[in-house]
Design a protein around this ligand. Structure first.
Ligand code: C2E
Ligand code: MG
Ligand code: MG
Ligand code: MG
Length: 277
């Protein structure tokens, strides 16, 4: 009857929660050996300067070559890694790999900046700067060829720690951008106080920019604000020419998205710049 029905629904609910948490535990367990088993790979997605119409930068995006599941994207495992120290281990792997890639591309004769994503936990790790600096030295990379992408939340919540870190990072010549700008329920005060280079407008504002007047207004305002603060602006998630046209017309500095290329392997990226530049 009704009672029985309710119980079975509950039972099903409990079971699906259990299945989900088992899955998380399994991924967590597998992530522990993924670095030593060499299962991660950084893909590169070009960032195009809209005035020069050239690839000036590339974002490094992590992929997990899982022995059974194939290629697993970061949304499937980064949030799980962030629940533990695993994100520090993975984050260090990302930093070292980004340094290697920046050097490798430079050795092929291209000056292309590599930007890497940092998780909030990683940004707050005391050892971050020393680790980063030691890898820059090991691979003999020009710091100007490296950029850090940090999300708004961490810039607001831990202002003084971040201020010191970003100042050191910029003192050696690296640049810093604010990722997913506009999605973080945060105050804008950090923009005038922190040493930053550019902001990346989140793709949710770009998606409907050709038709949505509110998105148009927001993006125009963000570009104007950024420029008045001497910050560069990068639009994320640019998929078609209408979006690109709007961004160019409104003096957005650069753009990234499937219109130019999906994130690709380093060798493919080299091929792409040979053809594109
Ligand atoms: P993000 O840093 O905002 O990276 C941009 C995401 O947008 C990437 O997803 C990229 O593939 C996707 N994207 C690029 N162009 C387009 C487009 O035209 N349309 C659409 N719909 N999407 C586009 P991806 O690679 O799945 O990465 C997702 C998120 O995972 C990243 O967002 C970043 O927050 C995180 N992530 C990626 N790599 C790393 C990493 O090495 N370390 C850390 N901590 N997080 C990472
Ligand atoms: Mg990013
Ligand atoms: Mg982003
Ligand atoms: Mg993000």
């Amino acid at each position: 009857s009704a009672k029985k029905g309710k119980n079975s629904t509950l039972q099903f609910y409990d079971q699906s929660i259990k299945e989900a948490s088992d899955k998380v535990l399994e991924i967590e367990h597998e992530l522990k050996t993924a670095v030593t088993n060499n299962e991660f790979e950084l893909y590169l997605q070009p960032i195009v300067d809209l005035e020069q119409r050239r690839i000036v930068k590339a974002e490094a995006l992590i992929r997990w070559n899982h022995p059974q599941k194939g290629i697993v994207g970061p949304v499937q495992f980064i949030p799980i890694a962030e629940q533990s120290e695993l994100i520090i281990t993975i984050g260090k792997w990302v930093i070292e790999s980004a340094c290697k890639i920046a050097k490798y591309i430079e050795q092929h004769g291209y000056k292309i900046k590599i930007s890497m994503n940092l998780s909030p936990t990683q940004v707050l790790d005391d050892n971050l700067f020393n680790f980063l600096y030691s890898k820059i030295k090991t691979y003999n990379v020009e710091p100007a060829l490296l950029e850090l992408e940090v999300t708004e939340g961490v810039l607001v919540d831990d202002y003084s720690v971040i201020d010191k870190l970003l100042s050191k990072v910029r003192a050696i010549g690296m640049s810093v951008s604010v990722d997913d700008f506009g999605t973080g329920y945060s105050s804008l005060a950090y923009l005038k106080k922190l040493p930053l280079d550019s902001i990346k407008i989140d793709k949710s504002f770009i998606q409907d920019i050709a038709t949505d007047d509110n998105d148009k207004a927001i993006v125009r305002a963000v570009i104007a604000m950024a420029h008045n603060l001497n910050l560069g602006v990068i639009a994320e998630g640019v998929e078609d020419n209408e979006q690109l046209h709007f961004l160019s017309k409104n003096l957005c500095d650069s753009a990234q998205g499937y219109l130019f290329s999906r994130p690709i392997k380093v060798e493919e990226f080299l091929q792409l710049i040979k053809e594109y530049q």
